[in-house]
Design a protein around this ligand. Structure first.
Ligand code: IPE
Ligand code: IPE
Ligand code: MG
Ligand code: MG
Ligand code: MG
Length: 298
């Protein structure tokens, strides 16, 4: 294992140990919806949004473990989005994180409710930090939660997913596709990075460099997701390949072809790490992680 893969594994373990405690014990008579939530939440996944969040906090010399519930809240929002994204009315996929999708196991009714539950409870979990952070930091906590709320919802993932499903079967321009990517995928990554910077009371110029970083990270990430939907290995990805073609989605490869898409991902990655290099040596680990993630085949 390299230092980066070891770090990623250690962070995944830290996050998953906490995630496993959030919904238990399951109360009767509603236990089934708790089971459905935990089924997807504890199914694995790369845990990238909480890992970026914790890594940015460390770069600002904060004790990242103190903010673990916030990191878990980000993963709960992401997991909700995957459960709903896979529903028959959306992408209609059967495999996620190497397991049957939520609705295949629990039925569409419980998959919808499990998503609702994860989204709603994520805010409770993030705000639980009010009991442990110094009183002087509570205004930062509110600002960070406000950022996440917009990014998950009306100025972010929700609007991106809405435009994405409405565009099925239509030929989009590159600019229209970029809009969808920026919102459906970029926004929650953006909130994960910027919420950490807000909690660390970062300076405005640091926040704007991190915005430049994560905007480009999100672009590269979704281009690679689209490429892997064409050429990826289902066993490694834990989700189906060919989902986009099945759903008549415009993607980077469908507009630019695979080779140009790869080039676009490489240049967005370079723009992301350039922004980090302006933040100095404390962000070297984040830069190494970024290169690792954006060279992925998983
Ligand atoms: C998949 O996200 C959905 C997109 C935004 C492309 P990830 O690739 O981060 O999925 P997991 O969390 O590892 O399962
Ligand atoms: C979905 O994009 C992004 C979300 C907000 C869930 P995709 O539909 O391409 O994600 P995958 O490929 O199913 O993970
Ligand atoms: Mg989708
Ligand atoms: Mg999908
Ligand atoms: Mg995809």
């Amino acid at each position: 294992m390299t230092a980066v893969t070891e770090y990623l594994q250690s962070q995944k373990d830290l996050i998953e140990a906490k995630l496993a405690t959030i919904l238990k014990p399951y109360p009767e008579p509603a236990a089934r919806v708790f089971q459905a939530m935990d089924y997807s939440l504890l199914a694995g996944g790369k845990r990238l949004r909480p890992i970026l969040f914790l890594t940015v906090l460390r770069a600002f010399h904060k004790k990242a473990e103190d903010y673990l519930p916030f990191a878990c809240g980000l993963e709960m929002i992401h997991t909700y989005s995957l459960i709903h994204d896979d529903l028959p009315a959306m992408d209609d996929d059967d495999l996620r994180r190497g397991h049957l999708t939520n609705h295949k196991v629990f039925g569409e009714d419980f998959a919808i409710l499990a998503g609702d539950g994860l989204l709603t409870h994520s805010f409770f979990v993030m705000l639980s930090l009010r009991k442990t952070l110094p009183v002087a930091d509570l205004a930062l906590l509110l600002a960070a939660v406000e950022k996440v709320s917009l990014a998950a919802g009306l100025q972010g993932m929700l609007t991106g997913q809405a435009v994405d499903v409405a565009a099925e079967g239509k030929d989009l321009s590159l600019a229209e596709l970029q809009y969808i990517h920026k919102y459906k995928t970029g926004a929650l990554f953006g909130a994960s990075v910027i919420a950490a910077a807000i909690l660390a009371d970062a300076k405005p110029e640091e926040i704007s460099l991190l915005e430049e970083y994560v905007e480009n990270f999100g672009v590269a990430f979704q281009i690679i997701d689209d490429i892997l939907d064409v050429v990826g290995d289902e066993a490694k990805l834990g989700k189906p390949v060919g989902s986009d073609e099945k759903n008549h989605k415009t993607t980077y490869p469908s507009i630019l072809g695979l080779e140009e898409s790869r080039k676009a991902a490489i240049s967005a990655t370079a723009r992301a790490t350039d922004a980090l290099s302006k933040l100095g040596g404390d962000f070297k680990l984040l830069s190494d992680i970024t290169n690792h993630i954006l060279n992925r085949d998983f």
